[in-house]
Design a binder for this molecule. Sequence first.
Ligand SMILES: [Zn+2]
Length: 135
Amino acid sequence: MEIEVRKLLALKKYEGEFTFDYDPPADVCLIPLCRIEGKVKVCGKYVLCDDDSVEVTLTVEYKIVGQCSYCLKDAQKDVTFTSEILYVAEEDDENYIYDGIKINLKSAVDDAILISQPHILLCREDCEGIDVTNN
Ligand SMILES: [Zn+2]
């Protein structure tokens, strides 16, 4: 998952698009009894700026599957999330840093997955939990 900035500059490709399939690490899903199924689809656009910074618009798409946080039935949810990121060659406190040669998107993608996932997974929006009256 790399943007080869130096190479793209040489080719004068100052703007472009990218798509990657990403195998997320198992610990990136924080909801109990749930996991991200399959690959995370990563796509976006980049713009190379005059000052060596790179603007990246990043969209992640993935599916969470597991057990409903309220009633433990099977549940799943599709998540799509877009973030605007700036990569800079000189370290500052706000942006992602890169070495001026190429950008590895992994940490930004992991961050996007962490930010975008819900705190709980529900089988349906109005799930009221395990129905104890039927037992
Ligand atoms: Zn439920």
